[in-house]
Design a binder for this molecule. Structure first.
Ligand code: ATP
Length: 361
């Protein structure tokens, strides 16, 4: 039964245990997730992890081998791509060079059977939405890369899809433009109120734009959560390492109770910290975010290290240290906040609250 799409609890998209084989190769191993109505949801992971495959399965360009995909509660397996109420913005947005912006946006609507006057009225509306009103008579060659990207977005939004799929749509833009288009895209998503499923391998893009992120690797979902949850409470080594910078320390886990753990750090200091679901007593891995570590005098703090190198980064300095057991530990120290110790100096390292998290693997 279709679910009422206006209900605030309705899921725009449900991915239910989807497996995708290409011959003997398995690109998706039982992937599940629910994407809410009006949500900006990002599939994030390194090249080859299966993000595009999943997007193509939602769009209908690929069949799933096992499992189901539901749009507003309805199984879409029997529907060909053009019957699914989803639309895709691709990395290469291929506008028609001989047509104006208005004609480019109208073209798809007329192919779907819209009359000339309806198509023109709707095209003008979405061209205004992406703030290209004064460019509607220009051809793509007379527009900047960012403006062309917005034409592609207008074209995809024009038929009023219930879900918009975006496959690395910003990757053809240079860094400055990409940063500007990010906030525009987010604003357009809010204004339309439809679910966006956005694919990227760029963690900064994912953190800044998304309501929630699914981190993927090798055809598996590693973690789903808000940008803050993914960054501050990574569940395993893959997520902790892929999102932002982190130190992964080998530690001895004394015991774990619910979501807290007591551990022994290299050098023997005890630490109580949050633990990811699945963390167990024995040998474990601790994620320590470099910007949440503080410097103190040698002999103080929970860890002791020797400074090996500095990297000046403008607002702060990356300090590479070596612990007595040989493990490397990186700190980020704000410039101007104190003296940066010289190479070879012995330092104490303080772990701020919230800096450490015991991982599940
Ligand atoms: P990228 O960021 O590089 O686009 P991705 O995460 O989107 O990567 P996919 O394109 O989904 O990755 O590919 C996932 C895996 O499936 C890859 O190992 C890829 O080589 C493989 N694959 C994709 N399409 C096919 C196909 N048509 N036939 C065989 N293997 C494929």
């Amino acid at each position: 039964m279709p679910v009422d799409a206006t209900s605030p609890t309705a899921n725009a998209v449900e991915i239910d245990n989807v497996v995708k084989h290409y011959g003997t190769f398995t690109a998706l191993h039982g992937v599940s997730m629910q994407i809410g109505e009006g949500e900006f949801f990002t599939l994030l992971g390194p090249s080859g992890c299966g993000k595009t495959t999943l997007l193509r399965c939602i769009a209908g360009f690929e069949d799933v081998s096992e499992g189901a995909i539901r749009l507003h509660g309805e199984d879409i397996a029997p529907l060909p791509p053009h019957k699914r109420e989803v639309n895709t913005v691709f990395q290469q947005y291929a506008l028609f060079p001989h047509m104006t912006v208005l004609q480019n946006v109208m073209f798809g609507l007329q192919r779907r059977g819209w009359s000339g006057s309806d198509a023109s009225a709707r095209a003008k509306q979405v061209i205004e939405l992406v703030q290209l009103g004064q460019f509607s008579e220009r051809r793509p060659g007379q527009l900047s890369g960012g403006q062309q990207q917005r034409v592609a977005l207008a074209r995809a939004l024009a038929p009023r899809p219930k879900v918009l799929l975006l496959d690395e749509p910003l990757s053809a833009l240079d860094l400055k433009l990409r940063q500007a288009v990010r906030s525009e895209l987010k604003a357009i998503q809010r204004e339309t109120g439809i679910a966006f499923v956005f694919v990227t391998h760029d963690q900064e893009e994912a953190l800044t734009m998304s309501d929630r992120i699914a981190v993927m690797s090798a055809g598996h979902v590693q973690q789903i959560g808000s940008p803050r949850e993914i960054y501050e409470a990574p569940s395993n080594r893959f997520v902790a390492d892929f999102i932002g910078e982190t130190n992964l320390l080998d530690v001895s886990v004394q015991h774990v109770f619910e979501d807290r753990a007591e551990i022994l750090l290299p050098g023997g200091a005890a630490l109580a910290c949050p633990a990811a679901l699945g963390a167990r007593a024995g040998q474990g891995h601790l994620s320590l975010r470099p910007e949440r570590l503080g410097l103190c005098a040698a002999g103080q703090g929970q860890l002791q290290g020797t400074v090996e190198d500095h990297v000046y980064l403008g607002t702060d300095t990356q300090l590479h240290t070596r612990l007595a057991d040989g493990e490397a530990l990186v700190l980020r120290v704000q410039n101007g906040a104190g003296i940066i110790p010289e190479r070879g100096a012995q330092v104490g390292i303080e772990i701020e609250a919230g800096a450490a998290r015991l991982l599940s693997d």
